[in-house]
Design a protein around this ligand. Sequence first.
Ligand code: HEC
Length: 258
Amino acid sequence: MHKGKGMKFVGDSRISAERKPNIPKDYSEYPGRTEAFWPNFLLKEWLVGAVFLVGFLSLTVAHPSPLEGMADPTNAAYIPLPDWYFLFLYQLLKYEFASGTFSLIGIIVLPGLAFGALLLAPFLDQGPGRRPHQRPVAVGMMLLGLAAVMWLTYESSSHVDWETRAEANKPIPPSAIEIDKEDPGYAIYEGNCMSCHGEDLTGGPAAPALIGTEHSAEEIAKIAQEGIGSMPPDQFQGTDEELKQLVDFIVSVNEGAE
Ligand code: HEC
């Protein structure tokens, strides 16, 4: 066991016989220029991160993201918009130099340059200083990016009439739908239409909602007998009296939901 004690075995000339502990130089040797990653720096990062996380959590609890109304594939006037945090990219695609034949510039080249610059940031600016004025390139690029994103977002949102849009896409609050199951029309609806248009007239995978329909009572009666688009004809089976009750029922639910 103690054989060789006091001797030095050196097999690989690249490995020094004296094992130096792998400890970086003391930070006091670089006054004001660096700090320990662990725990000082990480702790700061985590603190800031936690503040933002809790902030966002509280925001989402206080203001749940608004849902729009049910998607309507027949509505050609609907302009889909990305969420606010992508509006700047969306706006970029509206400029002539980044749309049409140049759309690749707007889709790949410009965003690619911006994110590429993010990757290159450590190489572009290697100054040791940590104060903003000591890092003009990094700070300049960040301010430029920030200004561009803010300006594009502002430009994009100023062209949208948010109130009209919200009004047109209002979801139907479930509480607003009142279905009178005693209504004689309900039984007829149940027997003829419910399998496709849903228990509470809000539609299903195969058929649109009947709440919010733009069709008049006469049109609904006609559709019930003759079908429309992909709705097959002869869905309604019964007397004229029953047809009237059915249509009255659908109209009354619609009136209640307004
Ligand atoms: C087999 C499934 C099915 C049944 C059963 C059915 N429908 Fe439909 N209905 C559809 C589909 C699918 C559409 C969408 C047609 C289109 O726009 O192409 C539709 C559309 C409608 C529309 C137009 C909605 C709008 O606003 O565009 C009305 C009104 C309607 N149905 C009423 C009825 C009534 C009343 C009954 C019962 C008598 C009924 N439907 C039964 C499948 C069905």
